[in-house]
Design a protein around this ligand. Structure first.
Ligand code: DAT
Ligand code: MG
Length: 142
């Protein structure tokens, strides 16, 4: 099934000039970039985006970090795009991520782990709507 998912290249990776490297990995794996923009989240917007984690001990640090600099948000389209993106990203902690994954190769630590990816179809729809107007997403099919 052709799906869309939300990807975020996080502040550490943008800062280290890894936007091109990370998008290349998505494109090489057959995912199509059908929406994209560079922006900076305010602390309040970061808190809203990660609201599901608000009771976790790392929530405050995560939101401070995610609002610390520009991020590149994109919509990726492809066959099984949600799971495929998660596979390309690798495990949350770069130290535990498989060789060849983005987090293994580009992540710094469990907080500054280079990328975010939606974890299911409902979160993907909500997260895409959080950043993109419908006319900013160029799906090849529905
Ligand atoms: P994922 O981003 O792999 O979906 P998650 O949803 O469990 O992981 O957590 C969201 C983000 O929160 C994660 O990308 C980085 C941060 N995070 C998770 N666990 C953490 C921890 N133990 N310490 C610090 N930050 C953490
Ligand atoms: Mg998650």
């Amino acid at each position: 099934m052709t799906e869309v998912t939300l990807s975020i290249i996080k502040p550490d990776a943008v800062q280290r000039n890894l936007i091109g490297e990370i998008l290349r990995r998505f494109e090489s794996a057959g995912l199509k970039v059908v929406g994209g923009k560079l922006l900076r989240l305010s602390p309040e917007r970061a808190q809203a985006f990660y609201a599901v984690h608000k009771e976790r001990p790392f929530f405050a640090g995560l939101c401070t970090y995610m609002s610390s600099g520009p991020i590149f948000v994109s919509v990726l389209e492809g066959e099984g795009a949600i799971v495929k993106n998660r596979e390309i990203m690798g495990a949350t902690d770069p130290a535990k991520a498989a060789p060849g994954t983005i987090r293994k190769d580009c992540g710094t630590d469990v907080e500054a782990n280079a990328v975010h990816g939606s974890d299911g179809s409902e979160t993907a729809a909500a997260e895409i709507a959080f950043f993109f107007k419908p006319e900013e997403v160029f799906r090849s099919s529905k």
